[in-house]
Design a protein around this ligand. Structure first.
Ligand SMILES: [Zn+2]
Length: 567
């Protein structure tokens, strides 16, 4: 049993000082904190879950104070009312505190209201007063919680210090890292925030990103120069904390760093592997174990039979082995030894077609599985330039966020319709989905082969079903024939449905990813928020584009169609 409970890991009581205010992300993060602690691995003894519940009542408390007109107005986001209060009571009203010890500017920063913050800055009121609550956080810390870059930008221009610390030593960068606000972190780093500053427990932004399992943010911080081997006051490195988070991609990222000691012990003599066992994270433990073994044997051999055969943790070869196994262990033997002798002469045309479809299916499978699905080039100059320029971008105030287009893992600017795949850990052009049956992503370059694979598999299955039925009729019952009939019927139906779905999406020019995450992509909505597809060029051209015969429309072309593309 791992005794990490003795470590008062993090001051998560901060959440009691920052009300949720209806923000889903914040509530989600809080829920995650408590979930982690509930498992007993991280159980700071000074925390009580009740403090978490205080958050909703905090919002209501603003209205309960008699002279809290300004708080009420800020809560409602009522700019006019705020202006009236400011005119009546002057900017001195910004110096008052509510009963929890926060100023109106704190609340405005938390809501992310640019107009309110601009109003407070314009009236020359104090916008950097620390809260009177335990942590003494400033409005910029609260803005960092919700990742409000525009608000942080205004506060910095109003003279707030970039690395201002609360009473526990947290800078805005550390706070943003705690809440996984990658774009804001990128902005703050671009502005010159000191990335190696630590809070009072020795944790820097990378420790927090690792502990919360924010893999992409961890990428950005390492890229920006954070030391991945730095220990905190408890002797824990970001790798220890990533293991505690249970997030395999973050653990993998940290293990890839040459300077990281995989068997480093913390003050309780826990190595990352011991913590993984303590948390019962089987994937992480098996990954760490094989990585440690590989690192020790590196000078002898880099080849790992187990990984080669079963795939690495997080990218299991289970489905593909199931597919191969069924076909080769009993599927083909049954066909050649049980079915062919019975019906080859009577149904030779069908047998030829079956064999032909099989040959085509394997050809499509090998192509779709082994070819580059459309991986985008990594470490681009465009990315480096974009990171540098991001701090000067005026788009923040229009609600757009240019940093959302950056992939901090691949170090590139993501083109429209591309997506970073968590399993292959690469950005893919026209990302459709990751298919465990071909053990590859489906993207711009291999999607036609993937549909070819599905179509031929579907044909094989239905011909196979007919042949099984015929054999069953002539020879009578048999376990292998029966199994073949059921197995092929199920696979055939599933692959037929998938084929129809893929062909439909091909002719209307949309990817599976876009169809599933339609709400995430503003470019798929019109001004009224209804679905619209800017890529649709008519069935014929769409299908040619799908087959990679016609070049897709460029972003410029799409914008020329006078469509609003906010990325
Ligand atoms: Zn990427």
């Amino acid at each position: 049993m791992i005794q990490s409970a003795s470590r008062p890991l993090f001051r998560l009581s901060r959440h009691s000082t920052i009300p949720a205010g209806g923000r889903d992300s914040l509530q989600h993060t809080m829920a995650k904190d408590w979930a982690v602690r509930a498992e007993g691995v991280v159980a700071p003894h000074h925390m009580k879950p009740a403090s978490c519940e205080a958050t909703t009542s905090d919002v209501e408390s603003m209205s309960s104070i008699s002279d809290g007109q300004i708080f009420q107005a800020v809560k409602e986001g009522n700019i006019k009312k705020c202006q009236q209060v400011l005119e009546a009571e002057t900017c001195a009203v910004l110096e008052c505190y509510d009963e929890k010890g926060h100023t109106p500017v704190h609340w405005a920063a938390l809501t992310g209201s640019i107009e309110l913050i601009e109003l407070f800055v314009d009236c020359k009121g104090p916008v950097d007063r620390p809260s009177q609550a335990e942590l003494g956080q400033r409005p910029i810390h609260w803005a960092a919680v919700n990742g409000s870059i525009a608000v942080v930008d205004i506060l910095l221009k109003a003279g707030v210090s970039l690395d201002v610390e609360d009473q526990k030593g947290c800078t805005p960068l550390i706070t943003a890292a705690q809440y996984g606000q990658t774009a804001l972190c990128c902005y703050l780093i671009g502005k010159g925030a000191k990335i190696n500053l630590c809070d009072s427990e020795g944790d820097n932004a990378l420790h927090w990103a690792a502990f919360k399992g924010h893999c992409e943010l961890a990428h950005l911080l390492i890229y920006s120069g954070c030391n991945p081997q730095q220990t905190d006051n408890f002797g824990q490195t970001p790798l220890h904390l990533a293991v505690l988070s249970g997030n395999l991609p973050t653990v993998q990222l940290l293990c890839e760093q040459d300077t990281v000691d995989l068997e480093c012990e913390d003050n309780n003599r826990n190595t990352p592997l011991k913590l993984a066992y303590g948390r019962k994270s089987r994937d992480i433990a098996s990954f760490l174990q094989s990585t440690i073994v590989q690192a020790k044997k590196r000078h002898v051999s880099q080849f790992n039979w187990s990984t080669w055969l079963f795939g690495r943790p997080g990218k299991s070869k289970g489905p593909i082995l199931f597919f191969y196994g069924n076909l080769f262990l009993w599927g083909y033997p049954t066909y050649f030894f049980k079915i062919v002798p019975v019906s080859y002469y009577a149904l030779w045309e069908l047998h030829i077609m079956f064999l032909l479809c099989n040959a085509l299916m394997w050809a499509f499978f090998l192509k779709a599985s082994h070819m580059d699905p459309g991986f985008l080039p990594q470490d681009t100059e465009e990315y480096k330039y974009a990171v540098k320029q991001a701090v000067n971008c005026n788009d923040w105030k229009d609600g757009k966020n240019p940093l959302n287009r950056l992939c901090h893992t691949c170090h590139l600017v993501k083109p429209l319709r591309s997506k970073h795949c968590r399993i292959t850990n690469r950005c893919v052009s026209h990302f459709d989905h990751y298919c465990p049956y071909i053990y590859n992503d489906v993207g711009k370059q291999n999607r036609a082969f993937f549909v070819g694979f599905l179509t031929t598999m579907c044909m094989c299955c239905f011909i196979g079903v007919y042949l099984c039925w015929d054999c069953f009729y002539i020879v009578g019952s048999g376990i292998l024939i029966g199994m073949g009939f059921v197995f092929l019927s199920i696979i055939g139906t599933i692959s037929a449905l998938m084929t129809v779905m893929c062909l439909y999406m091909a002719v209307v020019n949309i990817t599976t990813n876009e169809r599933i995450n339609v709400k995430k992509y503003p470019y798929l909505k019109n001004d009224k928020g209804q679905f619209r597809n800017p890529f649709d060029r008519g069935f014929y051209l769409n299908f040619l584009e799908f087959l990679d015969i016609v070049v897709p429309l460029s972003e410029d072309n799409i914008q020329k169609k006078d469509l609003r593309i906010d990325i």
